[in-house]
Ligand binder design. Sequence first.
Ligand code: IPD
Length: 288
Amino acid sequence: MKPSSEDEAAPAGGPWEECFEAAVQLALRAGQIIKKALSEEKRVSTKTSAADLVTETDHLVEDLIISELQKKFPSHRFIAEESAAAGAKCVLTPSPTWIVDPIDGTCNFVHRFPTVAVSIGFAVDQELEFGVIYHCTEERLYTGQRGRGAFCNGQRLQVSGETDISKALVLTEIGPRRDPATLKLFLSNMERLLHAKAHGVRVIGSSTLALCLLASGAADAYYQFGLHCWDLAAATVIIREAGGIVMDTSGGPLDLMSCRVVAAGTREMATLIAQALQTINYGRDDEK
Ligand code: IPD
């Protein structure tokens, strides 16, 4: 089904509707740019590690999204991946704040692996209000608005009800670091879930799209150390509105700036996954 600029199944209205509509339009527009650039030559640079990549398209798309939103909503604040990489502080204040990942899955994008998305989240009073994620190569538009449900191309999303790890399909992402200590912990966490007899552990190269698959009920749990607030903001609303749980790896409430997360269709599953994991400390987005 093709995405439309309106979620047919979502009720109209709501205090941030104009912002939500702007996010949908910009995600679709950004998606066209990313889809076209996927097959073209790219200028690739590295950021925090050899596996943490950025291209001119990441910058182009982020500049487009921020400049268009600034024109419409001049008093709003922004947290965005490439601005943060350039030194902008990631501070979530009570002001209306847009949290933007221009291309999630940049490494996939560089390799022409078509699992890439644009992610736009929006928070007010430090509470996430809506999220829009566009999987541009598949033309799948995921949306969630607080209290109003989550949808993909107008079809309502519902998480899985699985509570047993031994029946679970689990998603994770590697994160940017490749030093031996981090890799050992990463592999050991995966091993723990396989010892617990999870049906499988999958890595698709895009945190936001993995989280959307969880929201769709196509997987039962997700965990990661080393993701950022722009990977998580939009997807968190979508998962919660699809009936799922997003929490800290300690088992406590989600901290958007903590660079770690467990999400699942059920609280039982999220708690079991959290208990199985060893922590990999990536610091905090708001302290970089
Ligand atoms: C990254 C991807 C990757 C995950 C990283 C993310 P980016 O986002 O989602 O799969 O392992 O932690 O930061 O850099 O492609 O926007």
